[in-house]
Design a protein around this ligand. Structure first.
Ligand SMILES: NC(=O)c1ccc[n+]([C@@H]2O[C@H](COP(=O)([O-])OP(=O)(O)OC[C@H]3O[C@@H](n4cnc5c(N)ncnc54)[C@H](OP(=O)(O)O)[C@@H]3O)[C@@H](O)[C@H]2O)c1
Length: 261
């Protein structure tokens, strides 16, 4: 447990709400030390131990650490003064410099969780703008460990690149699963079987990777020279990895350009 008061602006959204729920479920802060805000002033989290407000400055004044979990296009309208506070931004494509200038925060952290916060399986890289106290860093790490794993990165640009990688959460697997199912159906496999097979590959069989090295597994399967080897080699010869590289660079370019309206 930490003694600080944590405020989450946009604490009823997809990411903010999942973090709020996890902070309460894991008992990271004492009862009464979690404040969340949104514009409507209503949400079930208000009945589950969080204090819900609509005045963002009130939230900032009562918090030691302020998480900004609104969409980037809503940031400009927040109009908060967080002097003396630590601000942790989850916003994609919003630079630490811009956040520091607009909030007057003493410390600014950019963090990039993903949608798996909902099931406590996010990976959250985070970056500290300028010198940050070790106690603040420890708090940030513990906060994001409530929703999965987390690690500090040393360059802000890594956050923009990782926005297109881990920040996308289930997006790449969803694309793979859809492609596998669609191609199986196009080849004549009944739709329900095609979907079960594709889901098993992406969601279930992939669990083996938690305890096996991915490259070793590929090497072993290719060396076997069987059905899997033929399928994998077609992917490799079709420049699968280069295509992934281009996808990540396109997403990172959008994050680097900035998403503010
Ligand atoms: N979703 C992801 O997978 C993901 C991944 C990485 C990073 N992010 C970043 O996380 C942030 C939040 O994304 P999200 O998907 O969680 O968005 P979301 O579900 O739309 O949540 C945004 C929340 O902000 C609240 N809000 C909007 N304007 C507000 C204001 N002026 N004051 C207080 N609250 C306000 C909204 O509630 P009301 O409408 O009731 O005000 C809503 O609860 C974004 O900046 C995004 O770039 C998202």
């Amino acid at each position: 447990m930490i003694n600080e008061t944590v405020g989450i602006i946009g604490g009823t959204g997809w990411l903010g709400g999942a973090i709020a729920k996890a902070v309460l479920a894991k008992g990271l802060v004492p009862t009464g030390n979690l404040i969340i805000s949104n514009r409507s002033g209503s949400h079930p989290l208000a009945q589950q131990g969080a204090c819900l407000v609509t005045d963002n400055q009130d939230l900032v004044d009562r918090s030691d650490v302020v998480i900004i979990a609104v969409r980037p296009e809503h940031f400009a309208s927040l109009n908060i003064n967080a002097a003396g506070k630590t601000v942790i931004s989850l916003m994609a494509g919003m630079t630490a410099q811009t956040i520091a200038a607009q909030t007057q925060a003493s410390a600014v952290v950019r963090a990039m969780p993903n949608a798996a916060v909902e099931i406590g399986e996010s990976f959250t890289p985070w970056y500290c703008f300028a010198q940050t106290a070790a106690t603040t860093k420890s708090l940030v790490q513990r906060l994001f460990e409530c929703v999965g794993t987390a690690a500090e990165v040393q360059q802000e640009d890594y956050i923009d690149y990782l926005s297109a990688l881990s920040g996308t959460g289930p997006a790449f697997p969803a694309l793979l699963m859809t492609a596998l199912a669609n191609q199986a159906m196009a080849a004549g496999i009944p739709p329900d079987i095609a979907q079960l097979a594709a889901k098993n590959v992406v969601v279930n069989s992939s669990q083996l990777l938690a305890s096996h090295d991915a490259q070793q597994m590929i090497d072993a399967l290719v060396a076997y020279r069987g059905v899997t080897a033929a399928a994998l080699q077609t992917m490799i010869q079709g420049h699968f990895e280069e295509q992934i590289g281009r996808a990540l660079q396109s997403g990172a370019a959008v994050a680097r350009k900035g998403l503010q309206a």
